[in-house]
Ligand binder design. Structure first.
Ligand SMILES: C[S@@+](CC[C@H](N)C(=O)[O-])C[C@H]1O[C@@H](n2cnc3c(N)ncnc32)[C@H](O)[C@@H]1O
Length: 210
């Protein structure tokens, strides 16, 4: 009994004892380990990055020669690491992609999205909003990833999950669904992992910079 709460306590305490900003850090750690996502010197974009749990894991993985860009509606407390750039941005804003380019003009090895809408409690609304955020991340991944790059996005199961998975399959060689151990027991969230972007799309600009 109370299994979800035991899991919550375990990862919450572990995050605190390891100096991590959020228990979600264990989710990206597990996904990255399972799919060998990050290497030293890589460039990674983290969408929905506050308070910075994912950023800690990713910046350690890519090291000081790498680049990690983290954006969120909420301000992210500074990491004091030159390799980590953060900004307050709304991924749904009309000028989002232009703003993102000003932070880092190069192509990314991986685009990660832990974007989550404020939940309303209305299942269909929450699922649709979650899907809309994962779609924004997919569009950015298609434009800004290097060929062979990878995409990780959280979304709520339900709604048009299958349709979206098929959409991701059109751009990546392989698509996995991961529910990390640190996910809360009742949560409907999973991560879609797109491995090896098939090719830069014409006009994407991803291969011409950085
Ligand atoms: C689960 S939290 C991310 C936790 C983060 N991965 C970490 O490890 O610390 C989801 C984030 O998505 C952000 N978010 C939701 N909608 C957004 C939007 N339109 N633009 C930017 N960020 C958004 C929220 O502000 C929230 O910080």
């Amino acid at each position: 009994m109370h299994k979800p709460y035991k899991a919550k306590d375990h990862f919450f305490k572990k995050a605190k004892s390891e100096g991590l900003r959020a228990r979600s850090a264990f989710k990206i750690e597990e996904i990255a380990k399972r799919h060998s996502l990050f290497r030293k010197g890589q460039a990674v974009l983290d969408l929905g990055a506050a308070p910075g749990g994912f950023l800690q894991i990713i910046s350690d993985a890519v090291g000081p020669a790498g680049t990690v860009v983290g954006v969120d509606l909420a301000a992210i407390r500074s990491f004091n690491r030159p390799s980590v750039k953060t900004a307050v941005l709304d991924v749904l804003a009309a000028d989002f992609e232009a703003q993102l380019l000003t932070l880092y003009g190069g192509a990314y090895d991986c685009v990660v999205s832990d974007l989550a809408p404020k939940t309303t409690g209305i299942k269909s609304t929450d699922e649709a909003r979650s899907l809309a955020l994962a779609k924004v991340a997919l569009n950015v991944a298609r434009k800004r990833l290097k060929p062979g790059g990878s995409y990780v996005a959280k979304l709520f199961m339900g709604g048009d999950f299958e349709g979206f998975r098929n959409e991701v399959r059109t751009s990546f060689d392989d698509v996995k669904v991961v529910r990390p151990e640190a996910t809360r027991g009742q949560s409907m969230e999973v991560y879609l992992v797109g491995l090896r972007l098939k090719a830069a799309l014409p006009g994407s600009g991803a291969s011409s910079s950085g």
